[in-house]
Structures are given as structure tokens and as C-alpha cells.
Write a protein of this length. Structure first.
Length: 309
């Protein structure tokens, strides 16, 4: 595959949903629209399922939010598999809490992304880098993912790190050795600063790995008055800065979307040149370099300030 079109839905989590069936129907409509535009993949933000809290029991305590969401997840995933098959569009429906145990036996929930294909395949990725709020949140403890999964689909090598994972260089130095064609990042950031970190790092990773990086972030947060909701979302497709594909490394982008804007937009990124980017990565770069293949292991550090102290 030399080009691919992808829809990145910056879902507005402020919008109330009446039921799980209503949410599934909304994804079906977006998938149908994506198919009509020629998109092969639809991507939703991290914890898009948090929108379900708008129909949660009124007396559900915050300490049980993750458990309640996790209980609905299998039903949702089964329905989304059918939608993917119906429209011929692969779906990354954001992330969901999935009950599990850490390597030390602690109980909690993985923040898990799913990649569902029209052929019936189900691929997953657990978030590896967690915020303090995730690790110790009142909704339940989130567990660290311990494995990087590479997906092979339609001739593409795909990875799907999640939100904060984008910011950690040690992870991407590992990803840089995997010859990835496409990186899909589902994100959810609470402020414009978080948005800037995730999207800025995603842009840098496209240059570092010489690959295509798609990122989509949720707009707003559920159960939060829109007047005080600082959650900012958006969507973008980043490429290497190379004369053959993009001078600035931005294929397509939405500006930051705030809850106050009331927007719920899907960015249609058409004809992303994954084949041309692959050629760059495999030796055809105008810049004649591949940053991810370089290490600093051979360098010595001479810290004169430390010696003087």
C-alpha cells in the first residue's frame, strides 16, 4: 500500500449519550462517513468511552467509574467489530479500561487501545506511560503496559502508543528500530499545555522515526461544566520533513479544539503517502540521515561544572 486515507475523530466528550446503543450508533455513522470518503481507518481519542458516564447510574461513585466502564467494554468491542466488517473500515475506537493484574500481582485496569479490522482481527496495546492521576486516581488504579505490539495489516507495520507514551524518548528509540509505516496515537489532554506536549512530540517523532504519525485528542471531559472544562483536543497527521513528501512535516491538521467551541469534528486525511515515507526511511531521504538509527552510547560526557563543584 503506497497511500492510505484516515479519519481522525476529535470526539467531544461533553456531548451526552443516552445509552451504549446510542454511542455505538454514533460510531457507526462516523464509520459510514469515513467509508464514503475513502478512509481505510477511523481513529477515536483516548478514553472516548468516558462519554458513557453521561448515562451511568446517578449514584455511581467515582471510585467505581473504571469498573463500570470496563463492564460495558466487551459489548462495545463486539458491536464495533461488526461495524468494521460492514463498512470495510478498520477502527481504533480509542482506549478502554480492561481489568487485569500487574506483574507484581496488583489488581487494576489497563488503559487499552483496540485495533479492529474488517477481516475480523483484534489487536490491542496497553498504555505504557501513566500519569500520577492514572496510577492513583479515585476511579481506580491504572496498570502499566509492559509490551510494545506491532500490527501487520494491509502490508503496513503499525504501532499505537497512547497519549503520554508520545513524550518518552526511551520508548521511541525502541520504536525507531521497528521499521514502522504508521503510528496511531489516541490522546486525551486536560489542558492546552498537555495538547501542545503530545502534538509537539508527535511531530518530532515523525521526523525521528521517518514515518507517518497520526494523533487525535478528545475535546473536553464528561461530567464537567463546559464553562470550566479545560480539556483540549484536535487531530493531525505528521510526516518527515523531506522534499519528496512535505517541507514542513504537517500533512493535515485541525487547530486545537476546546469544550467551549462545542465542536465534534473528524479530520479526513486523504492519500497519506506511506509508500513514499517508507522509501525515505529505507535510504531515500533527501536529508540523508535517519535519526532513530543513531545512538549516543559511544559518547563520553565531560562535565566540567560537576568536576569543579
Amino acid at each position: 500500500m503506497d497511500t492510505i486515507s484516515i479519519d481522525l475523530w476529535a470526539a467531544n466528550l461533553q456531548n451526552d449519550i443516552a445509552s451504549l446503543d446510542s454511542w455505538i450508533d454514533s460510531v457507526a455513522k462516523r464509520t459510514a462517513s469515513a467509508a464514503e470518503r475513502g478512509a481505510r481507518i477511523l481513529v477515536l481519542p483516548e478514553f472516548a468511552c468516558a462519554q458513557w458516564l453521561s448515562f451511568a447510574p446517578a449514584d455511581l461513585p467515582a471510585s467505581l467509574h473504571l469498573e463500570w466502564l470496563a463492564g460495558l467494554t466487551p459489548t462495545a468491542i463486539t458491536a464495533l467489530k461488526g461495524i468494521s466488517a460492514t463498512y470495510g473500515v478498520a477502527i481504533l475506537p480509542g482506549t478502554f479500561p480492561v481489568a487485569g493484574q500487574s506483574t507484581t500481582g496488583s489488581n487494576g485496569f489497563f488503559n487499552r487501545a483496540f485495533f479492529l479490522t474488517p477481516e475480523g482481527e483484534e489487536h490491542v496495546q496497553d498504555k505504557m506511560s501513566l500519569t500520577p492521576l492514572e496510577e492513583q486516581g479515585e476511579g481506580g488504579s491504572t496498570l502499566h503496559g509492559t509490551q510494545i505490539n506491532v500490527i501487520s495489516w494491509q502490508g503496513l507495520r503499525i504501532a499505537m502508543p497512547i497519549c503520554l507514551d508520545t513524550e518518552y524518548t526511551a520508548l521511541w528509540s525502541r520504536l525507531g528500530k521497528l521499521d514502522l509505516d504508521l503510528v496511531l496515537i489516541a490522546a486525551k489532554t486536560d489542558m492546552i499545555t498537555g495538547y501542545s506536549r503530545v502534538f509537539g512530540c508527535a511531530h518530532a517523532r515523525a521526523i525521528e522515526l521517518q514515518t507517518v504519525v497520526c494523533v487525535v485528542g478528545a475535546v473536553g471531559a464528561p461530567l464537567t461544566p463546559w464553562e470550566t472544562d479545560t480539556g483540549v483536543g484536535g487531530a493531525a497527521v505528521f510526516l518527515p520533513c523531506d522534499i519528496t513528501v512535505s517541507e514542513g512535516g504537517v500533512w493535515q491538521t485541525l487547530p486545537p479544539q476546546s469544550a467551549q467551541d462545542g465542536l465534534d469534528i473528524a479530520l479526513h486525511a486523504a492519500s497519506i503517502p506511506v509508500g513514499a515515507v517508507r522509501a525515505i526511511r529505507r535510504g531515500g531521504a533527501e536529508a540523508e540521515l535517519r535519526p532513530a538509527s543513531w545512538t549516543a552510547d559511544h559518547l563520553l560526557v565531560s562535565d566540567q561544572a560537576a568536576i569543579a563543584a
